[in-house]
Design a protein around this ligand. Structure first.
Ligand code: COA
Ligand code: HC5
Length: 631
């Protein structure tokens, strides 16, 4: 299961056997504080079968027809019969839970990420848009990059000596494993399944990768005494890199990593047949993280700026611009433009957004406080340029990857914006959960456009449990369905509307509480289905049913990623006719991204964004009006 490749721990998911003990990704250091904390965390429970099935039927109500619901009701009854297939799978799943550290995490890692064959670009890797920085030239770009590197190294020192503060949610400590996976790691393409390698298990890498004009460099970031290079030293090294990569006619080798995973796996094997290439690739994979020094892109008007930079973070703008200035399998890549635009893109298999947001918050604090420590001007060696020998086969693969990527880039429809009317504080002052309020507003916006609700996914953290990742909060609920239908009904009294709104918000918050305690339905159903596959029993009818397909076709795929820094995350839709919506609610405003595909005539990111703004405001007005009419 865990293969040791040289000094590296690699997870080869294809080699996993059913029922074996799985540590999804090996943490950096086993003994010590980290391990003691991890051991003290509860294990992810398997919810009771009947509870999940009941909730499944309830969840279907607003999104399937009466006829479909009746049919599914029948299938659920058969599945739930005493001594039936449901009970057998449940028992197997409980046995698995007893034998593993987390019954879900390895299946999830494989299914959601490593075995998913879609390109990571747009389909999986989220982008993060950071506040525009106050510089406009190359010096500023390099100075900011130097500070970023120093800030990440400062954060890394907390990981290395296990002093990272343990986070909590609702007063309970959270699993910290994801923090140990985001640095010095990389996804590696494979046919059928990729793998994920964390290179900090034994000998910790001491370099970062810098990319400029499609050329990759190895930059050592520690002095021989183990101290990190200062911002000044880093700046000087970046200058050297910049000057030795001025040619702009280089093959965009990194663009290969944007491909469909099977194509990329083939191209990867061709690429690393050459020893020099193999060594260069290893160097990128092993590096602590990457800094992409992007080429200038055409200026856009202020109102387009955020959406434009959001797109740059997600895909790099296409082969003409900066998409080749990345290695998309690298877990963490900062992107720094010359005009003060900056952000990052991260490969999702090892971690959810919040640890990335926490790292960013730390880096931003660090950048504010640390002004130049004067460095001893000992000359440092020139960072090594990573060489690639480009054969005609590789060139052909690059051309194919360019074409595919450019189609994906043209298909991306994205709107990033700041909602300025109010933020979390107003919603809290009304004794409502801000997150639930936003989700219900999104249901209202969608209903107003389409006249119906669709399956909606919101990420819920399972990090209260050892090696926990996520479950799903379903925002299209019985309560939200009643509210969205009432809101624009002129026959309804305002007082009644506000009551229905509160009920919808509270029901959402209540389901959130269940989800983070491991009692939601999605991962349980997923687990039962996978158990059937592992036990080699026929896939039960409930998983072959139309309702099930409708329930898992998420037209709205959403996520809250809060951060102290005024940043914004974005990701693509998960279905061709869907939207991706991500938000960072701040005290007095909220940052949103909405994505869709241009190839789908029914979706339009700017339109949903507009309706969302209106829904948030209309709900606020309803509250304010009904509050004052009570006086
Ligand atoms: N009245 C007043 N205040 C309230 C309230 C109410 N009825 N309900 C909630 N609040 C407060 C909370 O106490 C909290 O206060 P704080 O800002 O002082 O901490 C704040 O409002 C926010 O709470 P809420 O909006 O309800 O959301 P949350 O912070 O609990 O987050 C989730 C909800 C679902 C986002 C969170 O549980 C979660 O799972 N996060 C991880 C998601 C994730 O992994 N995303 C990335 C996927 S890659
Ligand atoms: C830096 C922001 C990252 C947000 C990514 C995110 O929300 O990913 C979700 C992960 C999960 O397991 O719920 C998946 N989603 C994008 C499809 C919602």
């Amino acid at each position: 299961m865990l293969a040791t490749l040289g000094r590296v721990m690699v997870l080869k998911s294809t080699s996993l056997r059913p029922g074996c003990l799985v540590r999804p990704i090996a943490p950096t250091k086993l003994p010590g504080r980290y391990f003691a904390h991890q051991k003290s965390l509860p294990r992810l429970p398997v919810p009771p079968l009947l509870q999940t099935l009941e909730r499944y039927l309830l969840m279907l109500e607003p999104i399937v027809s009466q006829e479909e619901l009746e049919h599914t009701n029948q299938l659920v009854k058969e599945f739930a019969q005493k001594g039936g297939v449901g009970a057998r799978l449940q028992a197997s799943l409980e046995r698995r839970a007893g034998k593993t550290e987390n019954w879900l995490s390895d299946w999830w890692l494989r299914t959601a990420y490593l075995e998913n064959r879609l390109p990571v670009v747009i389909h999986s890797s989220p982008g993060v848009l950071l506040p525009k920085q106050d510089y406009h030239d190359r010096q500023g770009q390099l100075r900011f990059s130097a500070k970023l590197i120093a800030g990440v190294l400062d954060f890394k020192s907390m990981i290395d000596n296990e002093t990272l503060p343990v986070e909590s949610l609702g007063g309970r400590p959270l699993c910290m494993n994801q923090y140990y996976q985001i640095l010095s790691s990389c996804r590696i393409p494979g046919s059928k399944s990729d793998s994920f390698a964390n290179y900090s298990v034994t000998k910790k890498p001491a370099h970062v990768t810098i990319v400029h004009n499609f050329q990759f460099f190895e930059l050592f970031v520690y002095n021989s005494d183990g101290s990190p290079l200062t911002v000044d030293q880093l700046y000087m090294q970046l200058e050297k890199i910049w000057h030795s990569s001025l040619q702009t006619n280089k093959e965009p080798i990194g663009i290969l990593s944007t491909g469909h995973r099977n194509s990329w796996a083939n191209a990867y094997n061709t690429l690393i047949k050459d020893k020099v290439n193999k060594e260069s690739v290893k160097c990128i994979q092993r590096s602590i993280f990457t800094i992409c020094l992007d080429a200038p892109v055409p200026k856009v008007s202020d109102d387009l700026y955020m959406s434009h930079v959001g797109a740059q973070m997600l895909h790099g703008g296409g082969s003409r611009w900066n998409s080749g200035n990345r290695w998309f399998d690298k877990t963490l890549q900062f992107v720094v433009g010359e005009d003060g635009s900056c952000g990052l893109v991260y490969e999702h298999s090892s971690s959810e957004g919040p640890p990335i947001a926490a790292l960013l918050d730390h880096v931003f604090e660090y950048c504010k406080t640390s002004e130049m420590v004067r460095s001893p001007m000992i000359p440092l060696a020139m960072p090594r340029k990573l060489r690639f020998n480009i054969t005609s086969d590789i060139k052909r693969d690059i051309e194919k990857a360019k074409q595919n990527l450019n189609m994906m880039v043209r298909d991306m429809d994205i709107k990033c914006f700041v909602f300025e009317h109010f933020g979390k504080d107003f919603v809290k002052s009304q004794r409502l959960s801000p997150d639930a309020y936003i989700q219900i507003a999104l249901q209202l916006a969608y209903y107003r456009i389409y006249g119906e609700q669709r399956a909606t996914y919101e990420s819920a953290s399972l990090r209260m449990f050892h090696l926990g990742r996520t479950d799903t909060i379903r925002s299209a609920s019985v309560e939200s369905s009643v509210f969205v239908r009432a809101m624009d009904n002129p026959q309804e009294q305002k007082q009644n509307k506000v009551t229905l709104m509160r009920q919808a918000v509270q029901a959402h918050r209540a389901y959130t509480d269940l989800a983070i305690k491991g009692q939601a339905i999605d991962r349980h159903l997923f687990g039962l289905k996978h158990q059937a596959i592992e036990d080699l029993v026929r896939i039960p009818e409930i998983f072959m049913d139309t309702s099930y397909a409708v329930a898992f076709h998420f037209n709205l795929s959403t996520s809250q990623v809060p951060a102290k820094a005024d940043c914004l995350m974005c990701f693509g839709p998960v279905v061709p006719d869907g939207y991706g919506v991500c938000y960072n609610p701040m005290d007095n405003h909220m940052n949103f991204s909405v994505s869709a595909f241009n190839s789908c005539a029914e979706t339009n990111a700017a339109k949903l964004a507009h309706y969302l703004e209106r829904a948030l405001v209309d709900m606020r007005d309803l509250i304010v009006q009904t509050n004052s009419s009570k006086l």
